[in-house]
Design a protein around this ligand. Structure first.
Ligand code: RB5
Length: 150
């Protein structure tokens, strides 16, 4: 699988751990930065990974900041992105099955490397279920495009 990964200064160490972990599984991982631990701005890396995923060149994206919150909120501002913050693997699995999430976000201050591995394993290896869930994803797309469900 081709995976785009990005993070702010808080996520550097966890990102580097996951790159090694995923490459050892045979995934192709492209690092969109940062590798700097000086304070920087998570929306920059959210945008890079989001646009990479939307380009069609990558199957999935992974984002990391301190909590996973800021970087996921930023990614979700970009049309077509469904980014789910996960701190355990059940949410990661359901974000794929029900929400067809295309990016997973994690908080380097919230979880350790072993939990992050379990999260990305579920996220990358779970298919969207479609059906009634597709209807709901379509409703979200309508909202994203300025439509209303009323
Ligand atoms: C950086 O201090 C921190 O705000 C950032 O990593 C993230 O947690 C934001 O949501």
């Amino acid at each position: 699988m081709r995976i785009a990964i990005g993070n702010d200064h808080v996520g550097v160490e966890l990102k580097q751990h996951l790159v090694k972990y995923l490459e050892a599984q045979g995934h192709e991982v492209v690092n969109f930065g940062t590798d700097e631990t000086a304070s920087n701005h998570y929306p920059i890396y959210a945008e890079k990974v989001a646009r990479a995923v939307l380009s069609g060149e990558f199957d999935k994206g992974i984002l990391i900041c301190g909590t996973g919150l800021g970087i996921s909120i930023a990614a979700n501002k970009i049309k077509g992105i469904r980014c789910a913050v996960c701190s355990e693997p059940v949410s990661a699995e359901l974000s794929r099955q029900h929400n067809n999430a295309n990016i997973v976000a994690m908080g380097a201050r919230m979880i350790g490397p072993v939990m992050a591995e379990a999260i990305v394993d579920k996220f990358l290896n779970t298919e969207f279920l479609g059906g009634r869930h597709q209807l709901r994803v379509d409703m979200m797309t309508k909202l994203e495009n300025g439509g209303t469900l009323e």
